[in-house]
Design a protein around this ligand. Sequence first.
Ligand SMILES: C[S@@+](CC[C@H](N)C(=O)[O-])C[C@H]1O[C@@H](n2cnc3c(N)ncnc32)[C@H](O)[C@@H]1O
Length: 326
Amino acid sequence: MSKSSETRLEELQDLEPSVAEFRASVVEGLSAPQKTLPCKFLYDRRGSQIFDDICDLPEYYPTRTERRILERHARDIAALVGPEARLVEFGSGAGMKIRLLLKALDRPAAYLPVDISREHLIAANTDLARTFPDLCIAPVCADYTAPFALPDLPGIAHKATAGFFPGSTIGNFTRDEAVSFLAGARDLLGRGAVMIVGADLVKDTGILRAAYDDAAGVTAAFNLNLLRRINRELGGTFQLAHFRHEARWNAALERIEMHLVSLRDQEVMVGGRRFGFDKDETIHTESSHKYRLETFRVLAAEAGYEPLEVWTDDKQLFSVHALRTL
Ligand SMILES: C[S@@+](CC[C@H](N)C(=O)[O-])C[C@H]1O[C@@H](n2cnc3c(N)ncnc32)[C@H](O)[C@@H]1O
């Protein structure tokens, strides 16, 4: 992505994790007694495309519900953020929800989308730049669980900074990880910044299970794509037909867990290492923690934020919290 004279799309700041980091994480995860793979690696180019398909599924209520909340409260958010703000989005994905805020904000100074999925980030922001040709867009490909710096934008003055973390992506963290992520985001944004976070709510487990195990098998394809990525990038020997997707509700931890279940006793090579699987043994690939309004506020306070507002939909499926960094 290069800076063009027709748009204000800045050059990509590229801190994409290396293949060596990917290999080390996979080997470590598959060596644990409960095999795991970090969910951030679900998002290669194809994984991001499949995730976008998930967002359109009838069972996947979070996307359309959060969109409606944002549509209804975009002006409230704009009033909290104030004019000429620099807007940082964590896990920006297809960059659809930010459009609702960009339209409502008073002369936003710059938009800085941060995402680990490099090609998807480039495509999404090339598209966004066409819709908002006067907006300075400065994409950052990075793993936001590791420290990184925001790009300098010489000549772009801003009066405020705001953070945006939609999609209930915060739910992919354990509670401790969520506190430490929010504390890191607070340091990155600075004091007095408004942070908007989408958090999915605890609800009927039937609704939850269906959202993570849809009838068309799109979520299953998303989960299995991680094995395809390991085969392609790390020379793995996973046979996708020998695993199946499973979504489990963990009541004690109030989270949906995605697993890949081994359909037989088998051995798989990855990065020159051999990993044995018993029949029915699983790889835990993602957790999606569900929150209650008050428990999320307490968590945010622990990370150094003051709660400002919280909005939900009529059915209490999803929440959008407005916080301020202390
Ligand atoms: C659940 S999706 C949400 C996408 C979008 N924000 C939405 O609300 O629909 C999570 C997004 O965060 C990105 N992501 C996941 N883990 C990440 C990490 N550790 N660092 C940076 N981006 C990450 C993914 O590539 C993906 O775009």
